[in-house]
Design a binder for this molecule. Structure first.
Ligand code: BGC
Length: 715
């Protein structure tokens, strides 16, 4: 076949070219290749390119490869398309809060179509790191703290990016990253080494990657980090034995940026030759940006550290991916037809819809929201009220700084008759406070004050660990002054928090009349927020991650294992802090709506399920409020007596229902009993007969869950 014939014909340099991915940079004269020249494309010594934007550029480089290189092997163009390409959707952590796989898939599909229309063929997404430490900025990029959410998101994103066939002109190969455990970096500090038990790896961090593989993900990227003494880039046991052999992954492993060379800094390789050999042997096919395969593998071959067969196996996988992407058939298929204005508009509509549903209403005292009747005068203050670039979140791909809808714009459009006053007051960071007094003056005589506070887009994402999770800079001083002033004048204060992680702001949630978590909502941020604030839509987003009330509670997550000394209020010798409650500020799943939902009548059947049965939980959901709204309902389990200790709550299903005022419906949540297996004492999955509590409700808070019991039966 074609690939074998090609391989036979390739020189070592050409083979290593296929194992090399190099970044495009932008010079005044046009795009350039980092540390190289475009000559490398003609000679076939660079076979894959990241970060090149624009169909013209992509096609002109592709032409060099397929028309001028000896073997005419097409280039693979890759980019980080995490939550959109030009049209930005909410960051993954925000989108996770929809708890809706169909929407997760829809935004990936739309992003793929938009990026493929400019020649991109592979995205470094989805990011599937299960994150329980908000100091780590990359929590923003992924599904949050729960492995089931990670699995469902993995499947949906792979389906969305990759479409029906990888060869389609509107599809992208997806990359599940960062394999595996990266989110557990020590103290939340980016790139730090980490320790994880085998059990936590199996129960929490591996499942989303297994789900991505099951869904047919084309590529996987190992994490930068060292896991208990072995950097993932060189982790043969996890990359080869677990990922390839056990999970059956037969796609391409692409290293993270410069990660192969960094094996030298990690201290497991003395030079490029050793580094290249370690990662090739672990199963890494493509070297992103280290040049270590190009320079190091010839040395490693000479030293007998690797064989030509091992190199060939990787080249084969890369060529096979290019073939599956249809690149040999037509290297110009992607990018052949420019995007249409209609398609763009449709994507904007989707972006607004998803952004609206991603907003989490954290608090809403005395029905401060919605702003109904429409206010006559509003003060919209804070450094994030009119900051287009910040709306994009940490990975903005090709989205320009301008043209993202801010809240000031959104409110002006939604409330054309209202007087909307605006001042930033303070910058996102920094100590300058001279803008505070003039901003406070705008609070006089308004119906409400909207405070837009939080992080800059680049304060989360990669290389954005924070040791303090309060509002940065002078924002707290400004917010406290604005709260004093507005309340003294009888105006309510709505706070909109922009962030890539939960912030530790108990002082703020205690004082503001309503707080919305906006995360980073993307291109339509301001319209989505205005839709919710004016009551055109009810908020329905739920937080996919626990919000701590104090930094010292971190890591914090709902699925903690029990203690032998469970918390008791009047007993000091139980698991607790002496200076802070155990409870989070907001639990996983929290999010208010404009409806008033009650859940009742939980029925679970069958009562003695066997491994191949489906357990169905039915619950009556009623909206006793005065507004249309959507309620998300979670199904947790609790295995009280097991062979190993089990988490106090484990999410097994979720669903939602939209109800008009006064309406009620029965919601059914299903989980196959086989999914209640857990890794036993020797880490082999076991189906463990006995009692299981089924807990159903609106958040991971025992106090608001309905409970029933089933008894798992053997056989
Ligand atoms: C990040 C990856 C990303 C890559 C390419 C790295 O620094 O860790 O997530 O895909 O760069 O941009």
């Amino acid at each position: 076949m074609k690939i074998d014939a090609l391989l036979e014909n390739m020189t070592l340099a050409e083979k290593l070219g296929q194992l090399t991915m190099t970044a495009a940079g932008h010079a005044v004269t046009g795009p350039v290749i980092a540390g190289d020249s475009v000559e490398a494309l003609r000679t076939g010594t660079v076979g894959n390119v990241l970060n090149l934007i624009g169909a013209d550029h992509v096609h002109s480089w592709q032409r060099l490869a397929v028309e001028e290189s000896r073997l005419r092997i097409p280039l693979l163009f890759a980019l980080d398309i995490l939550h959109g390409y030009r049209t930005l959707f909410p960051i993954a952590l925000a989108e996770a809060g929809l708890f809706d796989p169909a929407s997760w898939a829809a935004t990936a599909r739309a992003a793929a179509v938009e990026a493929a229309a400019e020649g991109i063929a592979l995205t470094f997404a989805p990011m599937l790191d299960i994150a329980r430490d908000p100091r780590w900025g990359r929590m923003a990029e992924g599904p949050g703290e729960d492995p089931l959410v990670g699995c469902r998101m993995a499947e949906a994103k792979v389906r969305g990016f990759q479409g029906e066939s990888l060869a389609g002109s509107g599809t992208l190969a997806a990359t599940a990253k960062h394999f595996v455990g990266y989110a557990a970096v020590t103290a939340g500090r980016e790139y730090a080494a980490l320790e994880l038990s085998e059990r936590t790896l199996e129960e929490v961090h591996l499942p989303p990657f297994a789900a991505a593989v099951e869904a047919g993900v084309a590529a996987v990227m190992p994490a930068f980090t060292d896991l208990a003494g072995v950097p993932l880039t060189a982790h043969r046991r996890l990359l080869h034995d677990t990922l390839r052999e056990r999970l059956g992954f037969d796609g391409v492993l692409v290293s993270d940026y410069n990660a192969i060379a960094e094996l030298i800094q990690h201290g497991v390789a003395a030079d490029e030759g050793e580094a290249a050999a370690l990662s090739l042997k672990a199963g890494v096919d493509i070297d992103m940006m280290a040049g270590a395969y190009r320079r190091g593998l010839p040395v490693a071959l000479q030293r007998g550290l690797v064989t030509m067969q091992e190199i060939d196996a990787s080249v084969h996988r890369v060529l096979r991916l290019k073939e599956r992407l249809g690149l040999f058939e037509d290297p110009f298929r992607r990018g052949a037809r420019p995007d249409t204005a209609v398609a763009l508009e449709e994507r904007r509509r989707l972006a607004r819809e998803v952004a609206t549903r991603a907003i989490v209403m954290l608090t809403n005292t005395r029905d401060t929201l919605p702003l109904d009747p429409p206010p006559k005068r509003l003060a919209v203050l804070g450094p994030l009220a009119d900051a287009s670039a910040e709306m994009r979140g940490a990975w903005w791909a090709a989205a320009p700084a301008e043209g993202q809808v801010t809240l000031v714009q959104g409110l002006r459009d939604a409330l054309p008759a209202a007087e909307i006053r605006h001042a930033a007051g303070v910058a996102i960071e920094g100590t300058e406070t001279s803008g505070i007094a003039p901003a406070l003056a705008l609070c006089d005589g308004v119906d409400a004050v909207v405070l837009c506070l939080g992080e800059a887009a680049i304060m989360s994402g990669e290389a954005a660990s924070r040791a303090h999770l309060d509002l940065p800079g002078a924002q707290r001083a400004f917010a406290e002054a604005a709260l004093d002033r507005a309340h003294a004048r009888g105006a309510r204060v709505i706070t909109v928090l922009f962030s890539g992680r939960p912030l530790v702001v108990p002082w703020l949630t205690a004082r503001a009349d309503a707080v919305l978590a906006a995360w980073f909502l993307g291109s339509e941020a301001g319209n989505a927020l205005a839709d919710v604030m004016t009551g055109r839509r009810s908020p329905s987003g739920r937080t996919a991650v626990t919000w701590p009330r104090a930094l010292g509670q971190i890591p914090i997550f709902y699925a903690e294992r029990p203690s032998g000394r469970p918390y008791a209020r009047d007993n000091r010798y139980t698991t607790r802090y002496i200076d802070e409650p155990n409870e989070p500020l907001f639990p996983f799943g929290h999010g208010l709506t404009y409806g008033r939902f009650t859940l009742a009548g939980l029925r679970v059947s069958p009562s003695t399920p066997r491994e191949h049965d489906t357990i169905e939980a039915q619950v009556e959901v009623a909206n006793e409020g005065a507004r249309h709204a959507t309620e998300t309902v979670f199904l947790f389990i609790r295995d009280k007596v097991a062979r190993v200790t089990r988490p106090q709550l484990e999410l097994k299903a979720f669903g939602s229902v939209t109800l008009a005022p006064g309406e009620r419906k029965t919601l059914t949540l299903a989980v196959s009993a086989g999914e209640l297996k857990y890794p036993g004492p020797d880490l082999e999955p076991i189906f463990d007969p006995g009692e299981i509590e089924i807990l159903v409700g609106p958040a991971a808070d025992r106090r608001c869950l309905l409970a029933a019991t089933v008894r798992l039966a053997a056989g």
